[in-house]
Design a protein around this ligand. Structure first.
Ligand code: WTA
Length: 648
């Protein structure tokens, strides 16, 4: 086996920031970015001290950064409160009437919540939590849909120093139980049910079932949203409106030490039990604030929409904390993108005059599959900036996003980061850095990414390797909840003293980073270690293909043989001729050695609930095994059954 990962990408297109965009941007040239970046690396304490000073502290930080790998401490001696910075600070500055949230329910109702109102409701929720016995350091699970009360619940926890753990509303009862128990949560905030594609997701039923084996939970607070019948236990369960009715709308924010835990968010490794990634108050706050400001180039008149769910880190950092501490106006949507029809999002962009739109490649590929006519029906001219996160975006999807959604005029910020990093780590600052389709371009301020070989030496330009981060950054995870050893082992043992991301990547001669996906998603064909994402990207560039996943299966001759799972665009028939054409296409684009040995057609691919393709499952299918590992994160279990039956 050779030590590096071979990159086969041939992407060469470059899109400089449009002149008009750059002229009005917060960072308007590559020189300006480079100067700020250099400063952030040469004088991290000076740079981050200034960033922290843009926010409110009860006591100013004394030591900016302490680094004793793998332990980092930021802004020591400082006390602050993230809810204060998201709410009180703006109201005190006279912006209380400004709209914080424009919320749209799936059935269509629209609710506008001003900063003053969000502050009052957050105080009332925080006071209600206190009255239910919650104090600083206690864990509170939030298992809700995309409603304003979910944001209020998060901010209420932050206000009193309770540690929230948001569990995505799509998880089933067992997943809730495991996460509640791992965190030792005292209280669960939930809903009777959540709307999803016109149906009710029975959140309360799942909680009630989980509660049979969650001894740490003392109370639940239940919001009525859908009106489906539920039975509450008096003494244990209380309705949201009752709990808040007698609570105070003026509760002072508690000054918290910078390193006070802010939240735990469980992230599923492909194997093993989920890890409770823990973030703390001061560093996370500064990271979320500064990245939102510069990467999304936020201006006062923006209407900002991130389509993530608050159950994922993207929702934490870029629906709630980053935008609100920047005083943004955030559009929040409760439901599915294809309800009542596949043009729902485009219709909403036109109606709310959205200016910044941030979504995931998996969603973009679905939009492509549904057809261009849907976005083309709507006036998307209010958009000025697009974003992508969650997976490598294949260049064809990037181009479609740029042309069809962005009208050829909007820069795209392809943002690379992780639950563990808390905030965006690499992305083109849209007024400063030229984009290349499929590259997250250059590091954000203060971030030092490197590409390493197996032996820890630095890879040459364009040589694929392991992506690590060398210096600490404020919003990095501090530990895995309750398991310091797992934290060290997972992130700091592969390359001692350096944070290992688990991703493979290369850096091109311009210094641009190209993330190739998880290193577990690497195949070794005849001595070439290939990132599967690049082969997938070539497949998706074929006009018949909507989505593709490539995995390896053991092969005596080649080490691994390539198996491609392909979903065709609507209306395309899965014939042998198409199969042959696709195999030829890959040979022509990458080389004969990358020609898939087998191509299987599928109506859908197995994905996690955050939209990542579960290649591990496909790998097991490709080798003819029954899937073994954890499938609790699988979005739609029927997809798996269909794939199993569909051997060629
Ligand atoms: C992948 C989501 C390429 C990557 C914020 C990372 C990406 C994992 C990108 C983290 C991107 C995310 N380009 N790959 N722009 N963004 N990834 O924890 O493999 O849900 O390690 O955080 O998603 O996923 P997570």
């Amino acid at each position: 086996m050779t030590s590096s990962i071979v990159s086969v990408s041939k992407e060469t297109r470059v899109f400089p920031p449009p002149g008009e965009f750059a002229a009005a941007a917060r960072v308007g040239s590559l020189e300006a970015y480079t100067a700020m970046y250099r400063r952030s690396i040469d004088d991290p304490a000076g740079f981050w001290g200034e960033q922290a000073a843009e926010l409110f502290w009860f006591d100013a930080p004394k030591t900016i950064r302490q680094w004793d790998p793998p332990k980092a401490r930021w802004f020591e001696g400082g006390t602050t409160n993230l809810a204060y910075n998201c709410l009180d600070r703006h109201v005190a500055a006279g912006a209380g009437d400004r709209t914080a949230l424009i919320w749209e329910g799936e059935p269509g109702e629209v609710r506008r919540v001003s900063y003053a109102e969000l502050l009052r409701e957050t105080c009332r929720c925080a006071d209600a939590l206190r009255k239910l016995g919650i104090a600083a350091g206690d864990r509170v699970v939030i298992y809700m849909g995309m409603v304003p009360e979910a944001v209020i619940a998060m901010l209420a926890c932050a206000r009193i120093g309770a540690v929230h753990s948001v569990i995505f509303g799509g998880f089933a009862s067992d997943a809730v139980r495991d996460r509640v128990n791992d965190a030792g949560a005292k209280l669960i905030i939930t809903q009777d049910g959540a709307w999803r594609r016109g149906k009710i997701v029975p959140l309360w039923d799942n909680v009630e079932h989980a509660l049979r084996s969650c001894p740490s939970v003392e109370h639940t607070v239940v919001l009525r949203r859908t009106g489906n019948p539920i039975t509450l236990s008096p003494g244990r369960d209380v309705e949201w409106t009752d709990a808040l009715a007698t609570a105070s709308s003026q509760l002072e924010a508690v000054p918290l030490p910078a390193e006070h835990p802010l939240f735990i968010l469980y992230t599923s490794g492909t194997t093993g039990k989920p890890k409770g990634v823990m973030h703390t108050t001061g560093g996370y706050m500064v990271g979320a604030h500064v990245t939102t400001k510069y990467v999304f180039d936020l201006h006062d008149d923006d209407i900002y929409w991130c389509t993530a769910d608050i159950g994922w880190v993207t929702g934490h950092s870029y629906i709630v904390y980053g935008p609100l501490c920047n005083r943004a106006t955030v559009l929040m949507y409760e439901g599915a993108p294809n309800h009542p029809d596949v043009d729902r999002l485009w219709e909403m962009i036109a109606r709310h005059r959205v200016t910044i739109f941030y979504t995931a490649p998996t969603a973009i590929r679905a939009f492509i599959r549904w057809g261009d006519e849907h976005p083309r029906k709507h006036d998307l001219s209010s958009l000025r900036l697009l974003g992508s996160v969650g997976e490598p975006i294949n260049p064809e999807a990037w181009m479609w996003y740029r042309d069809v959604i962005g009208g050829g005029r909007c820069p795209i910020v392809d943002t690379w980061w992780q639950t563990e990093t808390g905030a965006i780590m690499m992305a083109p600052l849209p007024g400063a850095i030229a984009a290349k389709p499929g590259s997250c371009t250059l590091p954000f301020f203060g971030i030092v990414p490197k590409i390493l070989r197996q032996d820890g030496t630095e890879a040459a330009p364009n040589e694929g390797g392991f992506l690590v981060i060398e210096q600490p950054w404020p919003s990095m995870l501090r530990t895995v909840w309750g398991d310091d050893e797992r934290f060290r082992e997972t992130y700091f043992s592969r390359f001692p003293g350096k944070y290992f991301t688990g991703d493979g990547a290369r850096r091109d001669p311009d210094g641009y980073f190209w993330v190739m996906g998880r290193v577990d998603d690497v195949v070794n064909v005849a001595g070439h270690r290939l990132g599967t994402a690049e082969i997938e990207s070539v497949l998706v560039a074929h006009p018949d293909v909507a989505e593709a996943a490539v995995v390896g299966r053991p092969d005596e001759l080649k080490g691994q043989a390539l198996v491609a799972f392909v979903t065709l665009k609507a209306g395309r028939a899965p014939t042998d001729a198409v199969r042959e054409a696709l195999a030829e296409h890959v040979s022509a684009e990458i080389g004969k050695f990358a020609r898939p040995d087998s191509i299987r057609f599928a109506d859908a691919l197995p994905k996690t609930r955050s939209g990542k393709i579960m290649r591990r499952l496909l790998g097991e299918l490709a080798t003819g095994q029954a899937p073994r590992g954890d499938v609790t994160t699988l979005e739609d279990i029927s997809v798996l059954a269909a794939l199993r039956g569909d051997d060629e």
